[in-house]
Design a binder for this molecule. Structure first.
Ligand code: ACO
Length: 325
């Protein structure tokens, strides 16, 4: 088995910013409520002519540049998203065309906020076994397209963005372990009921607002804390490491209170938690991807550091990855 590492990272955040003050004019909410309950101050919204594949391709170009690779050198493209351009074809194939990555095979995965961690774990298997040399994994979302802008319970939470990683064989450093989990008995806590085979789009499904995110926030909150903490412990255990060995935690950025509760539960003493929730809100699969890219770009993560990626989302799904930088 080959050792697999990250060769390059990239990100793309749409230009338009929607602040808490803007939301105060749209629904019955306040900057004070959003800030204290979630830690979010603003989020970015894709332009009307930007689809998820556009955000993904821009992040991917940055990652390829950072890895000093050409698009034609990619063997595999995985896009993790709950907001694909359309049900089919996959957004990954659309990104392939936009990049000119003609030698890659491509597919999407649906693992909500844990999608980037699922995607990296899948790509790792192909590279470790020698099936692929270079893989591109992208977490990309335009959640603004499935956000109900009349529902204050959810519309204050989400934003748009994309983050990408090029993976390949590495010497010494790289992915040490991964842990993935799912619970399909709780799908109703977070889902978009309309638009699939169960409730195909009709005038009635539109009228019933079924094409928007539905979420039971407070129930999810508790499960998010335990699942993220458990996933971290499982991944650390299979890497033969302890919490005290971790230098950086790159958590899913759904809620600052969830992140703080996970860190407290694990009793991290040395680890630093990378946060950007204030600027972007919850971008589902793009959160960990963008946070990891930013932490690396800002020089926060140093060579030899142990980095923990940790996420939880609709499905329910959760996952953690341990990377030696
Ligand atoms: N502004 C003002 N008041 C609000 C707002 C708002 N935007 N939203 C809700 N409220 C009110 C509610 O109506 C409720 O009022 P009531 O007590 O009179 O009924 C009160 O605030 C408290 O509501 P809760 O839902 O209990 O608030 P909570 O503290 O749980 O925070 C939140 C809500 C932020 C959604 C939180 O529960 C959360 O972050 N949950 C986890 C989300 C998550 O992790 N999702 C999974 C990942 S996302 C993905 O996969 C795409």
């Amino acid at each position: 088995m080959k050792k697999v590492g990250i060769l390059g990272l990239g990100k793309y955040i749409p230009e338009k910013i929607l602040t808490n003050a803007d939301l105060e004019k749209m629904v019955d909410t306040s900057d004070e409520w959003i800030t204290t309950r979630t830690g979010i101050k603003e989020r970015h919204i894709a332009a009307q002519n930007e689809a998820t594949s556009d955000l993904a391709a821009k992040a991917a170009k940055e990652a390829l540049k950072a890895a000093s690779l050409k698009a034609a050198e990619l063997d595999l493209i995985i896009v993790a998203t709950v907001t694909p351009d359309m049900p089919f074809p996959s957004t990954a194939t659309i990104v392939q065309a936009k990049l000119g990555a003609k030698n890659a095979f491509c597919f999407d995965i649906s693992a909500a906020c844990a999608g980037y961690i699922y995607g990296i774990t899948i790509a790792q298997q192909f590279i470790a076994r020698g099936t692929c040399k270079n893989a591109l994994v992208i977490g990309a979302e335009t959640l603004s397209r499935i956000t109900d802008w009349q529902d204050r319970n959810t519309c204050v939470l989400f934003g748009d963005g994309a983050g990408a990683a090029v993976l390949g064989e590495s010497k010494g450093q790289g992915i040490l372990s991964a842990y993935l989990g799912s619970d399909g008995t709780k799908t109703a806590l977070l889902h978009m009921p309309g638009g699939g085979s169960l409730n195909p789009a009709t005038a009635q499904t539109v009228k019933d607002r079924l094409h928007y995110i539905k979420m039971e926030g407070s129930e999810l909150f508790k499960i998010a804390v335990t699942s993220m903490a458990d996933a971290a412990l499982m991944a650390l255990k299979s890497a033969g490491l302890k919490c005290a060995d971790v230098n950086w935690i790159i958590p899913h950025q759904a809620n600052l209170r969830i992140i703080n509760a996970v860190a407290k539960r694990l009793g991290f003493v040395n680890a630093q938690v990378y946060l950007n929730i204030e600027k972007y809100g919850n971008m589902s699969s793009a959160c960990v991807a963008i946070a990891l890219c930013e932490a690396a770009e800002q020089g926060k993560i140093k060579k030899g550091d142990i980095v923990l990626l940790d996420a939880f989302g609709g499905g329910l799904v959760w996952g953690a990855l341990i990377i030696k930088w």
